[in-house]
Design a protein around this ligand. Structure first.
Ligand code: SF4
Ligand code: SF4
Length: 446
C-alpha cells in the first residue's frame, strides 16, 4: 500500500513503524472474513482492512473524528487478522500506534462518562492494593449485587490447605502473579506452583512486580504501560541475574505483553537489553510443561475420563501463535479435549472490552458459548483470567484454567473439591458421581 505520511508523524519512531506495516498490506481483504467485529456488524470499517485504512488516513493528515475513534474502540485487538494475513501485516502494533495518534489528534474529546470509565479501569484494575480489597468485598456481597455486576465477580474460592515449603528445588522459575488474577481466581497461581513443584521446580515471585502493562496499553496509556514494563524488569532483574530458567506466564494476555517488552523498550538505552532478555525468558505455562508431559502423566492418580472443551484465548493462539500444547497435555492425561466450531474467534473478553463494549462482548460470548454447548462438555477450560471470567458470566458450566485440571490430577494434589459437577473428593481420591450422560458419538470439530 502506498503511503504519504503527514509531517507530524513522518520520520518518528511510530511513523516509521506504522509506515513499514502499512506498506505490507495489499488490501486483499482475507483478514476481514475472520474478524469477529466484522462478522457481527458487517461494516468494512469494523474489520481490519477498514481500520487499517482509517489509521492510514489519520497518519496522512486527515482529521481523527469520533467515528474513526469508535471503529478503533470496537476492535478487540484479538489479532485474528494477523493469523489470517498472508502478507505478515502486524496489525496489533499498527492499531496501538493508530489509537495513540487518534487519541491525541481527535477533533472532539471523548464524552465525560467514557473518560471516567476508562480512568477507573486503568487505575483500579492495575493496582492490587486497590483491586484486591474491592474484590474481597465484592465476593462477600455478591449474592445481593445486581446480576450485571454479580456476573463480573467470581464466587468465593476455597484456598488450598496445602503449603509448599520453599527452597526444596535447585531449578528455579519466576512467575508473574498478575494484577487481577490473585483476587479473582487465586487457585490458578496455586495450581501452577503445585504442578511445577511436583516437577522439581521452585517457583519464585518478585514482590515488586505487578501488572504487565497490557491493560494500560489497550486503554491508550502507552507511557503508563512502559512504566509497568520498566517496573517489572527492575523487579525481575535480580532473579534473572540469579539464574532463573524462565519467567512463567499462566495468563496468556500477560504473556503476550511481556514477550513484547523487548520491542516496546527497544529505543530506551537503559532498558533495551534487559527488556529483550526478559522477553526471551518469558514462556507460557503450556510451553514450559509440554516437555514434562510424560513425567506429569506418570504422577497423575489415573487417567482422567473428563470431557472438556478448550477455549484457546486470542492472546495465546493469535498473539503468541501457540496452538496445540494444552490439548496435548490434557489429552495425554486422558482428558477428552474438544474444540468448538469457530474456535479461532474471540469470546469477547479482550481485557476491558467486555466493560467498554458490553453489547458486542456479550454477543460474542453468547455465540462462543452456543458453539461450546454443542460439544457437550463437563467443563470449559481456558488459559486467561479474562476469558475465564467472561465466559463464566454466561454459563452454569464450570469454566476453569486448564492447569487446575492438571494440578487436581496429580498425586501431590491438594484437597480441591467440586472442580466438576457430580464429583466429590474424599480422602484424596476422586469419586465419580452420576455426572452427565455419556455421549455415544462424540464430535470433535477440529
Ligand atoms: S489480509 Fe493482510 S494484506 Fe490482506 S487486507 Fe488484511 S491486513 Fe492487508
Ligand atoms: S484485532 Fe480482531 S477485532 Fe481487531 S481488526 Fe483484527 S480480527 Fe478484527
Amino acid at each position: 500500500m502506498e503511503t504519504h505520511l503527514a509531517d507530524f508523524i513522518r520520520g518518528t519512531v511510530d511513523g516509521d513503524e506504522a509506515e513499514a506495516i502499512l506498506r505490507r498490506c495489499v488490501h486483499c481483504g482475507f483478514c476481514t472474513a475472520t474478524c469477529p467485529t466484522y462478522q457481527l456488524l458487517g461494516d468494512e470499517l469494523d474489520g481490519p482492512r477498514g481500520r487499517i485504512y482509517l489509521i492510514k488516513e489519520v497518519l496522512e493528515g486527515r482529521p481523527a473524528t469520533a467515528s474513526t475513534r469508535l471503529h478503533l474502540d470496537r476492535c478487540l485487538t484479538c489479532r485474528n487478522c494477523e493469523t489470517t494475513c498472508p502478507s505478515g501485516v502486524q496489525y496489533g502494533r499498527l492499531v496501538d500506534i493508530g489509537r495513540r495518534v487518534v487519541e491525541e489528534r481527535a477533533t472532539e474529546p471523548r464524552p465525560l462518562a467514557d473518560r471516567l470509565r476508562r480512568t477507573a479501569l486503568r487505575e483500579g484494575l492495575t493496582r492490587r492494593w486497590l483491586f484486591d480489597p474491592a474484590m474481597k468485598i465484592g465476593k462477600v456481597v455478591r449474592p445481593i449485587l445486581p446480576e450485571a455486576l454479580a456476573t463480573k465477580v467470581p464466587p468465593k474460592t476455597r484456598a488450598s490447605r496445602e503449603s509448599i515449603r520453599p527452597g526444596r528445588h535447585a531449578r528455579r522459575m519466576l512467575m508473574l502473579e498478575g494484577c487481577v488474577q490473585p483476587a479473582m481466581a487465586p487457585q490458578i497461581n496455586e495450581a501452577t506452583v503445585r504442578v511445577l513443584d511436583a516437577l522439581g521446580i521452585e517457583v519464585e515471585v518478585a514482590a515488586r512486580a505487578g501488572c504487565c502493562g497490557a491493560l494500560r496499553e489497550h486503554l491508550v496509556d502507552h507511557d503508563g504501560a512502559l512504566g509497568n514494563a520498566r517496573r517489572n524488569i527492575d523487579a525481575w532483574w535480580p532473579f534473572v541475574e540469579g539464574g532463573v530458567e524462565s519467567i512463567v506466564m499462566n495468563a496468556s494476555g500477560c504473556g503476550a505483553m511481556v514477550k513484547e517488552y523487548g520491542h516496546l523498550l527497544r529505543n530506551d538505552p537503559a532498558y533495551a537489553d534487559k527488556a529483550a532478555r526478559v522477553g526471551e525468558l518469558t514462556r507460557d505455562l503450556s510451553e514450559i510443561l509440554v516437555p514434562f508431559t510424560e513425567a506429569l502423566v506418570a504422577k497423575m492418580k489415573s487417567p482422567s475420563p473428563r470431557r472438556v472443551t478448550w477455549h484457546p484465548p486470542c492472546t495465546l493462539q493469535h498473539a503468541q501463535q501457540i496452538r496445540g500444547p494444552v490439548e496435548a497435555l490434557l489429552g495425554a492425561a486422558g482428558v477428552d479435549v474438544r474444540l468448538c466450531a469457530e474456535s479461532h474467534l474471540c469470546c469477547g473478553s479482550a481485557g476491558t472490552y467486555s466493560v467498554l463494549q458490553p453489547e458486542l462482548a456479550t454477543a460474542l460470548r453468547d455465540r462462543k458459548l452456543a458453539h461450546i454447548a454443542a460439544t457437550e462438555p463437563q467443563a470449559i477450560v481456558s488459559a486467561n483470567i479474562g476469558c475465564i471470567t467472561h465466559l463464566q458470566s454466561g454459563t452454569a458450566t464450570p469454566v476453569l484454567h486448564w492447569i487446575e485440571l492438571v494440578a487436581d490430577a496429580l498425586t501431590t494434589g491438594g484437597p480441591r473439591t467440586g472442580l466438576f459437577p457430580g464429583e466429590t473428593r474424599q480422602a484424596g481420591r476422586v469419586r465419580k458421581g452420576p455426572g452427565p450422560k455419556p455421549i455415544p458419538d462424540p464430535r470433535r470439530p477440529l
